[in-house]
Design a binder for this molecule. Structure first.
Ligand code: ZN
Length: 91
């Protein structure tokens, strides 16, 4: 299970504060940053059903209404186990 570091959490808190972000649903300005990374599954090709892929995400939830926003873990600089998997060159 992959979690955000304290540094990742501080970076996202600072980003939300700098951008003066408000919830697009209710206008709330208090957010909870999920410490556990989530994986958004990607569609797989029918010819390779056993191979799964996905995008690691950080979820930011509005404290008032619960609306969730997703941020790319890679763009936040969060390292994941997939970062160490060597890329297979195209055939
Ligand atoms: Zn809200």
């Amino acid at each position: 299970m992959q979690h955000l570091t304290d540094e990742n959490d501080r970076m996202l808190q600072a980003f939300l504060f700098r951008q003066r972000q408000s919830c697009e649903v209710c206008g709330g300005r208090e957010f909870m940053i999920g410490r556990q990374l989530m994986l958004m599954p990607a569609m797989v090709q029918p010819e390779t059903p056993g191979i799964a892929a996905g995008v690691p995400l950080v979820i930011v939830t509005c404290e008032l209404c619960g609306h969730c926003r997703f941020f790319s873990a890679a763009k936040l600089g969060v390292r994941t186990p997939w970062d160490t998997v060597p890329k297979t060159p195209p055939a």
